[in-house]
Write a protein that binds this ligand. Structure first.
Ligand code: NAG
Ligand code: NAG
Ligand code: NAG
Ligand code: CU
Length: 763
């Protein structure tokens, strides 16, 4: 044996010893009764999909530092006096909000896919200019971040017109000024009436309604008054009083009440109501203080609570990774972010590292109400203008998302000069759906069982828009399916119950009419199936009468596949009630192993029904809601289906979705699907205390269709297969048999924390 061989043997021995020691140490380090929180799935596909690079940062939301740099730069360089929006009067200038301005898609793809350079990071800053001859709203692009050196006014280029000042969303300061006027000036005009009503100087709360008038330039808001509740939401305790305030003037001292409603009758103002009351012309229904036990809105549990509900945990730690804004789960990878107006947005969604969608995001949520009371009758909420993202508040572990989910903060800058952080605004978790993704039990010819439990990765945020709560989910399945889903919960909005109220909903309390309304939400789905350029393929089935070949005198109705490719945007705009093919696909011009176009099918689950008649003067402001699905050619300048300016000027919408549909060719083009889902809500007594999620969920699926040559879930590490002759009680044959070992530990449960009670909002 020569020296070299001895050395090699020694080296091998040393490596073996080290390996053994490390195994022993890691084994010893693990306590037997608590679960490791580190992923142990180093060899799983998830790590294949994991992007080595950090290129997904191109989609990441602005950081607090970037928000501050943008504000500082504008304050120094705009040459305008910018007041903090929290204090700004209508006659002053302020920054309304700042968000990321994404680079054009071409530039991003060039960077992600072709080694091109990293596009400049830029911010979009929306500024209200009240302090000038012709007040306006201006949108600036500010860059490059983190050290800005330029800004461009993009308003005219983006909207093809000036943005009149009156289209601006109401800021908190405007609400405070409006409420001061109502509670101080106006209420002082009707002391005896208010006393009879049960007002004690501070026990009423006002709810804003929209739109604020009937034509461009109007800014008159019906404020509906409710009894404040100590332990529940005021929104289901209307007192019957509603006040119309004209706050159009730039001069706050000129704002005035132009109409008052009480219990079915209209008055000029509160002084008029007082006069009529004193003259004995008004019957007042005194609103009694509602005792906790009679509070229909109370969410306090009525029985003693106790822990013990099931808890899902991962015996081997999380099987997904969250690195900055980038997530991987098995074969999936994507980036997430939060738009302060429109909410959750995902980008660069890939399976096995192949992009399926460039963007999937929520765009808008609307609610259209009917009532016999004024505020309820005119209400058409466009929640994006209030802030679906801004009002995505801290999630409560164990209810809003599973206790052991990953919770992520969101940063935004709105109505402030400094960025705000919502702690734990987004959650990400893997969830066992408790149903097999697929399974088969075979007892014919061979005895075996095969199956795969369906676990999914869910990204969630929950936004609370005054009374309502929307749960927004994006769900990733192991077989390449993506689902988007919205659950509605929270409190219904209500009107004071009087006269023919039941024509507009259900009476759900002593004085409470749960008013009928619709919920519609819109999603943007920029699919890139097997490449950027896709076509819209449809499939359906048609019965054809045929004579039976072996018995020609007999006819049967034989179903046959009918396929077509849609040529233009107009053909691919399906109105809510239009008959649409049952299968609608985004197809690539590449084919599967068996010769079919590789595609993803868009499958919608919705109960939208009627939207608004086209002759309604506000219909155009929510034009997307006319279509359950509209496919348009993708354009950077058609980035969003709605606008925050559409709420206060719906008569002349800043973004008019119908303009997106102008019959352009959609064959072999970069396409976007705009999907609308919704439902009609006629409230009922079980909506109290809250609308419940079961049955109140709508959304859509994106399903691979001839995209993979075989269901990709065959690569899942969770598969189970055993034959009759095997020892399926043994860990080697059947991973379920290992559970008693791998799961014989208790999860490491972090302490319950919650910091969400910091977001008192003036609306
Ligand atoms: C809006 O106001 C800004 C700030 O004064 C000004 O720069 C811009 O030109 C105005 N926009 C239009 C379209 O007049
Ligand atoms: C498929 O689409 C790509 C991109 O548009 C195009 O370059 C190519 O020619 C198309 N192939 C066929 C067979 O149509
Ligand atoms: C759309 O384009 C198609 C094909 O170019 C044409 O036949 C159709 O009349 C157009 N429709 C509208 C509404 O312009
Ligand atoms: Cu509802």
């Amino acid at each position: 044996m020569n020296l070299k061989a001895v050395l090699i043997l020694l080296a091998v021995a040393l490596v073996t010893i080290l390996a053994l020691v490390s195994v022993l140490l890691s084994g010893a380090g693990k306590s037997t009764d608590s679960c490791s929180s580190k992923p142990r799935h180093g060899n799983l596909k998830s790590n294949v999909a994991q992007q080595k690079s950090d290129k997904g940062s191109v989609f990441s939301d602005l950081t607090p530092e970037e928000f501050s740099a943008t504000v500082d730069y504008l304050k120094k360089n705009l040459g305008k006096n910018l007041i903090n929006a929290a204090d700004a009067k209508p006659t002053e200038n302020c920054i309304y909000y700042v968000d990321i301005k994404y680079p054009p898609k071409q530039q991003v793809l060039n960077y992600l896919d072709r080694g091109g350079e990293n596009p400049k990071r830029e911010a979009l800053a929306v500024v209200f200019f009240g302090d000038q001859e012709e007040p306006n709203i201006t949108e600036y692009v500010v860059g490059p971040l983190p050290n800005p050196s330029y800004y461009h006014d993009i308003t005219l280029e983006k909207y093809k017109e000036n943005l009149p000042y009156y289209r601006r969303p109401m800021i908190g300061k405007e609400y405070v000024d409006a409420y001061d006027l109502v509670y101080q000036n106006e209420f002082s005009m009707a002391p005896t009436f208010l006393k009879a009503l049960g007002y004690d100087g501070s026990n009423f709360a006002a709810l804003t309604t929209v739109p604020r008038g009937f034509k461009s330039g109007d800014r008159s808001t019906w404020f509906v008054l409710f009894l404040k509740m100590k332990e529940s939401c005021f929104a289901v305790q209307p007192v019957g009083l509603e006040i119309l305030l004209d706050h159009k003037s730039m001069d706050i001292s000129k704002w005035k009440v132009t109409k008052v409603f009480y219990n079915g009758a209209y008055f000029l103002n509160m002084a008029d109501l007082e006069k009529q009351f004193n003259a004995g012309n008004v019957e007042v229904i005194e609103i009694q203080k509602i005792k906790t036990e009679n509070d229909i809105g109370s969410m306090i549990p009525k029985v003693t609570t106790q822990p013990g509900a099931p808890l899902q945990f991962n015996p081997a730690g999380h099987r997904y990774t969250v690195h900055k804004n980038q997530v991987t789960f098995q074969s999936w990878s994507f980036t997430y972010g939060m738009n302060v107006n429109s909410g959750l947005r995902l980008f660069d969604i890939r399976f096995n590292n192949e992009r399926i969608a460039y963007e999937i995001s929520t765009q808008e949520a609307i609610a259209i109400y009917g009532s016999n009371a004024p505020g309820g009758m005119i209400t058409r909420y466009l929640d994006g203008s209030f802030g679906i993202g801004r009002f995505s508040f801290e999630l409560v572990r164990g209810v809003d998302c599973p206790y052991l989910a990953t919770y992520i903060d969101a940063h935004y800058l709105m109505e402030s000069e400094t960025p705000d952080t919502t702690k734990n605004a987004i959650c990400i978790f893997e969830q066992d759906l408790g149903v097999p993704l697929r399974r088969h039990y075979s007892n014919m010819h061979s005895m075996y069982y095969g199956g795969l439990p369906s676990t999914v990765l869910i990204v969630r945020a929950v936004s609370t828009l005054i009374n309502y709560d929307y749960v927004w989910d994006f769900i990733f399945y192991q077989n390449g399916v993506i689902e988007a889903k919205m659950h509605a919960t929270g409190y219904i909005s209500s009107s004071f119950y009087f006269a023919d109220g039941k024509e507009y909903g259900s009476r759900v309390g002593e004085h409470t009419l749960g008013t009928l309304h619709t919920h519609f939400v819109n999603y943007k789905v920029d699919l890139d199936v097997g490449g950027v350029d896709n076509s819209v393929m449809t499939q359906d089935m048609q019965f054809n009468p045929v004579n039976i070949p072996w018995q020609p005198e007999v006819k049967i109705q034989r179903p046959k596949v009918v396929r077509s490719i849609l040529e233009t945007e107009n053909q691919a705009a399906f109105e809510l009630h239009a008959k649409a093919p049952r299968y609608i696909h985004f197809s690539s011009n590449t084919t599967s192993k068996w010769g079919h176009p590789r595609s993803y099918r868009v499958q919608i689950s919705s109960f939208a029904g009627d939207f608004l008649p086209e002759e309604s003067p506000v219909e155009k402001a929510m034009g997307w809601a006319r279509y359950k699905l509209a496919v348009t050619k993708r354009k950077d300048e058609e980035a969003e289906s709605s606008s925050i300016y559409n709420q206060n000027d719906p008569w002349s919408p800043s973004v008019k979705f119908s303009d997106f549909i102008n019959n352009e060719t959609i064959k072999n083009q970069d396409l976007v699907a705009w999907i609308t889902v919704g439902f009609l809500h006629i409230p009922h007594s079980e909506d109290l205390p809250n609308t419940a999620t079961p049955g109140n969920a709508v959304g859509f699926f994106l399903r691979p269709y001839n995209y993979f040559d075989l269901d990709p879930s065959v690569n899942s590490p969770d598969g189970v297969y055993f034959k009759s002759e095997q020892d399926y009680g043994s860990c080697e044959v059947n991973q379920l048999a290992c559970l008693s070992k791998t799961a014989s530990c208790s999860p490491n449960i972090p302490p319950f924390t919650y910091e969400g009670f910091k977001n008192l909002v003036n609306l």
